[in-house]
Write a protein that binds this ligand. Structure first.
Ligand SMILES: *[C@@H]1O[C@H](CO)[C@@H](O)[C@H](O)[C@H]1NC(C)=O
Ligand SMILES: *[C@@H]1O[C@H](CO)[C@@H](O)[C@H](O)[C@H]1NC(C)=O
Ligand SMILES: *[C@@H]1O[C@H](CO)[C@@H](O)[C@H](O)[C@H]1NC(C)=O
Ligand SMILES: *[C@@H]1O[C@H](CO)[C@@H](O)[C@H](O)[C@H]1NC(C)=O
Ligand SMILES: *[C@@H]1O[C@H](CO)[C@@H](O)[C@H](O)[C@H]1NC(C)=O
Ligand SMILES: *[C@@H]1O[C@H](CO)[C@@H](O)[C@H](O)[C@H]1NC(C)=O
Ligand SMILES: *[C@@H]1O[C@H](CO)[C@@H](O)[C@H](O)[C@H]1NC(C)=O
Ligand SMILES: *[C@@H]1O[C@H](CO)[C@@H](O)[C@H](O)[C@H]1NC(C)=O
Ligand SMILES: *[C@@H]1O[C@H](CO)[C@@H](O)[C@H](O)[C@H]1NC(C)=O
Ligand SMILES: *[C@@H]1O[C@H](CO)[C@@H](O)[C@H](O)[C@H]1NC(C)=O
Ligand SMILES: *[C@@H]1O[C@H](CO)[C@@H](O)[C@H](O)[C@H]1NC(C)=O
Ligand SMILES: *[C@@H]1O[C@H](CO)[C@@H](O)[C@H](O)[C@H]1NC(C)=O
Length: 856
C-alpha cells in the first residue's frame, strides 16, 4: 500500500501541463476574489455558475441505441396528456410506491414504481437488509459491489419495483458528520466511482432501473430544505475544478455504467436549485457526460415548472408541490406550458424518450411480476386502499412475497469482508477456547422495541446495523453480536456472560475483573449513528453533532479496560469516531470497525472474531485525532440571515486524506489501512506503457431535437374526461377549463418572464470538447489505458488472506493533492503463495480539469 505511493512517482513520466487551481473563476462569471490557493482554493459565497441552454436531447449514444429506437417509436404514438403523465408523479401516497408516475392505460403502459432504498426494498416485508454503502465500499471488492447490486435489484424486481432509488454518491462525505454519508461509499471519488458503477450494473442486470443520487453537492442535512426562518435551501458553492475532480467524478462513472436515472438533490449549487440548475443538469450531466437516462427530483425537490423543464429536469416526484397539496408544477401546468409555448414540445418529448428508453434499456418488459407492485409502502396490512391518501379502492394490496432468495449468505460474506481490523496485539483471532468470554454494551444486543421498532430506524437502541431515514429497509431478522458470539462459545463448551446496560459500571467492572483473572476475553460493543434530517435522534438532526461514540461509549471502554487486560473493542459506526482516548491503552488488545453491517451483523462479526474469515477490509475514510483534524465541517447555524445559507466548499478537492496530507496532519488510522491475520510482502513492481492515441477534443454537432407526434392546440381536447372521477389530491395531466390561465390557477400566470433564448433552440448543437458523440461518460479518450502497473504480492504469514493493493499517484502540481487513489484490487492469497496485482491507469486518472479550455 504505502510502498506503492513513493515508487510510482518516480516510475511514471508525468509530463502534464499545469492547469487552473481549484477556485479558478468560471469564464466570464461574476466570481469573487480568491487569491490564496491554499486557504481559499474553492468556491466562495455568492458563487454563480454559467447558464447552459438548450437542454440536450438524448440521442441514443453507445449501447442506448436500440432502447432509443424503441422509445422513439413508443413516444411518437402518445398524446400530449399521455406524455405529461409519464413525467409527473401522481402525488404523495396516491399509489403504492414511494413514488409513481401517471400510466398510459390506452397502450397498457403501467405507472412506474419508484422505491427506496440504496440498501434494500424500503417499507415492506420479507426483504433483505443489506450492508450499507460504506460497508460494501470497505470490502474494496468489485465482485461484491456487483453481487450486492444484483441481489438488491432482484428483490426490487420481485416486488414489482421499476426504479430502485439508489445507489448514493452524493453525499460523497465532504465532512465526517454528514448524516447520510453511510448511504454512500467513500469520500474518495475513485473508490466511490468504481463502487457506484458496479452497483449500477448489478442492479440493472436484474432487470430494473437504478437511480444514482443525489445530484449534486448534497453534503449535509441541515438547511437542505431551508429551515423555520429560512425559505431557501442551502447553497453548496463549488468551483469548476473541484466539481470535476471530486464531486462529479463518481457520477461520471455511474453515467458510463448506464445508470437509467439520476436524482437531483434538495440543495442549491452556486445559488441555483439542483433540479433547475442548467449548469449541473444541461451542461455537466447531459452534455458533457452524455447522460441518456432521465433526471428525477428528490421528493419535493422541484421549485419551478418552466425553469426546471428548460434546465433539464425530466420527472417530478412525488408530483405534487407539497405532499398532497393537489397542485403541481407539472401535471396540468406542463400541459398548459406546452400549449402556451413556454416549454417547447421537443423538450417534453425528450423527457418522455429518456424515461421510456431507460425502461427499455434495462429490459423492464421481460422482468414484470404478477400483481406488481405486490406491496404497499403505506401499510403492511393484506387488504387496504390502493390509493392510500384518497382512501379509495379497497382491495388486496400486500401479497407478502418473500423475495430474499439465498441472499443471506452473500450478506454475511459482504459484511465480514467489509470489516476492518484496526489494531491487533495478538488477541485475535479468538480460539473459542477462552474460559470466560464477556460481551459488553447495548450495541451487542437487541433493540427492546424489535429490529424495526423505530420507524425508519430512527433510534439508536440495540446493535446498530443500519442508519436512519429513507435509506433503510425493514429487517427480516437481525442477528445480534451477542447471540452469535454466545452460539460460538457454547459450541466450544465454554462460558459467556454479558452486561448490555451501557451505564451499569459496577457490573461491568465486576465481570471484567473475573474475565481478566482467568485470561478470558472482554468484547466491548460501541456505536455512533446518523441519518436523514427529517428524524432527530438524541438531538442529532440527521447530521452528527460530534464525532464521539454514543451512549458514553468512551466511559464503557474505560470501565472495562480498567479491569480487563484483554479488551477487544468493536465499533458499529456510520463513519469515523474519535478513538484518541483509548486506542493506545495497553489493555485494548484489538480494535475492529464493523461498519453498518445489515441483517447478518452478529454472524459476520463472529466470523471475524474467531478467524473463520480473515479480515481484509480497509478504511474508506480517515480516522483523525480530533474533529478539527478533518479541515472541513458542516454548517449548523444559518450564515446568511433569512437568505439561503452559503456553504463554501473553500477546501476545493482537499477532503479526507487529501486534507490530512496537505496540512501534515497525522491520522490515527489512515485511509486504505486495515490489518489481517496474515502478512503480505510486495515485490516486482512493473509499469508497462501503452501507446494510446493522442487525446482529441470532441468536435461536430448533434442532430436537431426530435419532435415526436403532434399536439393539437384545441384546449377542449385536454379537459378531464367524463368517465374519470378524480381522486382527492391526485395529480392528473388534465385542464379543468378551456382557459389555460384559469386551469393553471397560478396567480402569476402569463407574466412575461424572459427565459433564456437559447432554451428554445432545437437546432443542431456543438458537442463539448470533453463530451462524446459515441458513448456516455464524456470524451472516450479519457478512458484510454496509458499504463498498466503490476506487482507481486506474497502471503508471508501462516493463513490464507485477502490483500487490497492500492495504487496512488501524485499528479505533481502545486494545486494537486499529495497523492490520490487511482486503482485497487482485492486478492485472495493462500499462505506462502503469491498473487499478481494488476492495475490500469487511464488518461482520466492522469488529468486535471482546465476551466478555461473546459476540457481535461
Ligand atoms: C466570455 O467572454 C469572451 C470575451 O468577452 C467571449 O468571447 C465569450 O463568448 C464569453 N464566453 C461565455 C461562455 O460567455
Ligand atoms: C474582493 O476584494 C475586494 C477588494 O480587495 C474587497 O473589497 C472585497 O471584500 C473582496 N470580496 C470578497 C468576497 O472577499
Ligand atoms: C394518466 O394517469 C392516470 C393515473 O395513472 C390515469 O388514471 C389516466 O388515465 C392517465 N391519463 C391518460 C391520458 O393516459
Ligand atoms: C401551477 O403551478 C403554480 C405554481 O407555479 C401553482 O400555484 C398552481 O397551483 C399550479 N396549478 C395546478 C393546476 O396544479
Ligand atoms: C404558460 O404556462 C405556464 C404553466 O401554467 C405558466 O407558468 C406560464 O406563466 C405561462 N406562460 C405564458 C406566457 O402564458
Ligand atoms: C398554440 O398556440 C399558441 C398561441 O397561438 C402558440 O404560441 C403555441 O406555440 C401553440 N402551441 C402549439 C403546440 O402549437
Ligand atoms: C430507545 O430509543 C428511544 C427513542 O430514541 C430513546 O428515547 C430511548 O432512550 C432508547 N432506549 C434505550 C434503552 O436506549
Ligand atoms: C491478563 O492477566 C491474566 C492474569 O494475570 C494473565 O494470565 C493473562 O496472560 C493476561 N493477559 C494479557 C493479554 O496480558
Ligand atoms: C455526541 O453525541 C452523542 C449522540 O447524541 C452524545 O451521546 C454524546 O454525549 C455527544 N458527545 C459530546 C462530547 O457531546
Ligand atoms: C466508569 O465510568 C463512570 C462514568 O464515567 C466513571 O464515573 C467511573 O469512574 C468509571 N469507572 C472506572 C473504574 O473507570
Ligand atoms: C489493565 O488491566 C489490569 C488488570 O488486568 C489493570 O491492573 C491495569 O490497571 C489496566 N490498565 C489500564 C491502563 O487500565
Ligand atoms: C381549476 O384549477 C385551478 C388550479 O388548481 C383552480 O385555481 C381553479 O379554481 C379550478 N377551476 C375550477 C372551475 O375548478
Amino acid at each position: 500500500m504505502t510502498l506503492m505511493r513513493g515508487v510510482l512517482l518516480a516510475a511514471l513520466p508525468l509530463a502534464l501541463a499545469q492547469v487552473n487551481p481549484p477556485g479558478t473563476p468560471f469564464p466570464n462569471s461574476t466570481y469573487p476574489n480568491s487569491t490564496d490557493p491554499l486557504t481559499d482554493s474553492g468556491a466562495q459565497s455568492g458563487e454563480t455558475s454559467p447558464p447552459s441552454y438548450p437542454s440536450p436531447w438524448g440521442e441514443g449514444l453507445g449501447d442506448w441505441e436500440a432502447a432509443y429506437a424503441q422509445a422513439h417509436a413508443f413516444v411518437s404514438q402518445l398524446t400530449l396528456l399521455e406524455k405529461v403523465n409519464l413525467t409527473t408523479g401522481v402525488g404523495w401516497e396516491g399509489e403504492k410506491c414511494v413514488g409513481n408516475n401517471g400510466a398510459i392505460p390506452r397502450l397498457g403502459f403501467k405507472s412506474l414504481c419508484m422505491q427506496d432504498s440504496p440498501l434494500g426494498v424500503r417499507d415492506t416485508d420479507f426483504v433483505s437488509a443489506f450492508p450499507a454503502g460504506v460497508t460494501i465500499a470497505a470490502t474494496w471488492d468489485r465482485q461484491l459491489f456487483y453481487q450486492r447490486g444484483y441481489d438488491m435489484g432482484s428483490e426490487h424486481r420481485d416486488k414489482g419495483v421499476d426504479v430502485q432509488l439508489g445507489p448514493v454518491v452524493g453525499p460523497i462525505g465532504r465532512s465526517p458528520e454528514g448524516g447520510r454519508n453511510w448511504e454512500g461509499f467513500s469520500p474518495d471519488p475513485v473508490l466511490s466511482g468504481i463502487a457506484v458503477a458496479q452497483t449500477v450494473k448489478g442492479i440493472q442486470a436484474a432487470g430494473i432501473m437504478s437511480c444514482t443520487k443525489h445530484y449534486i453537492g448534497y453534503e449535509q442535512e441541515h438547511f437542505r430544505q431551508g429551515g423555520p426562518t429560512i425559505s431557501d435551501s442551502i447553497s453548496s458553492n463549488i468551483d469548476d475544478v473541484t466539481m470535476h475532480e471530486l464531486y462529479l467524478w463518481p457520477f461520471a462513472d455511474a453515467v458510463r455504467a448506464g445508470t437509467a436515472s439520476v436524482m437531483c438533490s434538495y440543495n442549491q449549487i452556486n445559488n441555483s436549485y439542483a433540479c433547475q440548475n442548467s449548469w449541473t443538469q444541461n451542461y455537466l450531466l447531459k452534455n458533457e457526460l452524455g447522460f441518456q437516462g432521465f433526471v428525477m427530483t428528490d421528493w419535493s425537490g422541484q421549485h419551478s415548472g418552466v425553469s426546471s423543464a428548460l434546465a433539464g429536469l425530466d420527472m417530478t416526484m412525488p408530483g405534487d408541490i407539497g405532499f398532497d397539496s393537489g397542485t403541481s408544477f407539472w401535471g396540468p401546468n406542463l400541459t398548459i406550458a406546452v400549449l402556451n409555448g413556454t416549454i417547447p414540445q421537443w423538450r417534453l418529448d425528450d423527457m418522455c424518450v429518456r424515461i421510456v428508453a431507460a425502461w427499455y434499456y434495462v429490459d423492464r418488459e421481460a422482468n414484470q411480476v404478477e400483481n406488481a407492485p405486490n406491496f404497499s409502502s403505506w401499510t403492511e396490512d393484506t387488504f387496504g386502499y390502493l390509493h392510500y391518501y384518497a382512501s379509495e379502492d379497497y382491495t388486496q394490496i400486500n401479497y407478502h412475497v418473500d423475495v430474499r432468495g439465498d441472499h443471506a449468505a452473500n450478506i454475511r460474506t459482504q459484511a465480514a469482508k467489509g470489516t476492518v481490523l484496526l489494531k491487533n496485539n495478538g488477541a485475535l483471532p479468538l480460539t473459542g477456547k477462552e474460559k470466560l468470554t464477556g460481551v459488553f454494551g447495548s450495541d451487542a444486543s437487541e433493540n427492546q422495541y424489535g429490529p424495526n421498532g423505530c420507524s425508519d430506524r430512527g433510534c439508536d437502541n440495540g446493535t446498530l446495523a443500519m442508519g436512519w431515514g429513507s435509506g433503510t429497509a425493514n429487517f427480516p431478522y437481525l442477528v445480534t453480536p451477542l447471540e452469535a458470539i454466545k452460539a460460538e462459545v457454547l459450541s466450544n463448551g465454554k462460558s459467556i456472560e454479558s452486561v448490555i446496560d451501557d451505564y451499569a459500571y459496577a457490573q461491568q467492572n465486576a465481570l471484567a475483573r473475573r474475565i481478566s483473572d482467568v485470561a478470558g476475553a472482554c468484547i466491548v460493543f460501541v456505536n455512533a449513528d446518523a441519518g436523514e434530517g427529517y428524524i432527530i435522534v438524541d438531538d442529532n438532526e440527521g447530521d452528527r453533532n460530534n464525532l464521539t461514540l454514543w451512549h458514553n461509549g468512551d466511559d464503557l471502554i474505560r470501565n472495562v479496560t480498567s479491569f480487563c487486560n484483554n479488551t477487544i473493542v468493536v465499533m458499529h459506526t456510520v463513519g469515523p469516531v474519535l478513538v484518541d482516548a483509548w486506542y493506545e491503552n495497553e489493555n485494548v488488545t484489538a480494535i475492529i470497525w464493523a461498519a453498518i453491517p445489515g441483517q447478518e451483523s452478529g454472524n459476520a462479526i463472529t466470523d471475524i472474531l474467531y478467524g473463520k474469515v480473515n479480515p481484509g477490509g480497509k478504511n474508506v475514510f480517515t480516522w483523525g485525532a480530533s474533529r478539527g483534524a478533518y479541515g472541513t465541517d458542516l454548517l449548523y447555524e444559518p450564515n446568511n440571515g433569512a437568505g439561503a445559507p452559503q456553504e463554501d466548499f473553500a477546501e476545493g478537492i482537499f477532503i479526507d486524506y487529501r486534507h490530512f496530507d496537505r496540512v501534515g496532519e497525522t491520522p490515527i488510522y489512515e485511509f486504505g489501512f486495515g490489518l489481517s491475520y496474515t502478512t503480505f510482502a510486495y515485490s516486482n513492481l512493473q509499469v508497462q506503457t501503452h501507446s494510446a492515441p493522442a487525446y482529441t477534443p470532441t468536435t461536430g454537432q448533434t442532430g436537431s431535437a426530435p419532435v415526436l407526434g403532434s399536439v393539437s392546440n384545441n384546449t377542449a381536447d385536454y379537459l378531464l374526461p367524463d368517465d374519470i372521477t378524480p381522486l382527492v389530491a391526485y395529480i392528473y395531466p388534465y385542464l379543468n377549463s378551456t382557459s389555460l390561465a384559469a386551469s393553471s390557477g397560478d396567480p402569476q400566470y402569463g407574466i412575461n418572464y424572459t427565459f433564456p433564448a437559447g432554451a428554445y433552440d432545437s437546432s443542431p448543437q456543438p458537442f463539448l470538447a470533453a463530451g462524446s458523440k459515441v458513448a456516455p461518460g464524456g470524451n472516450q479518450a479519457l478512458y484510454d489505458i496509458l499504463f498498466t502497473v503490476t506487482a507481486t504480492v506474497t502471503n508471508t504469514g501462516g493463513v490464507a488472506g485477502d490483500e487490497v493493493p492500492q495504487l496512488y499517484l501524485s499528479l505533481g502540481g502545486p494545486n494537486d493533492a499529495k497523492v490520490v487513489l487511482r486503482n485497487f484490487d482485492r486478492i485472495t492469497i493462500a499462505a506462502g503463495a503469491s498473487g499478481t496485482f494488476t492495475a490500469d491507469i487511464t488518461r482520466r486518472d492522469l488529468s486535471n480539469w482546465d476551466t478555461d479550455a473546459q476540457d481535461w
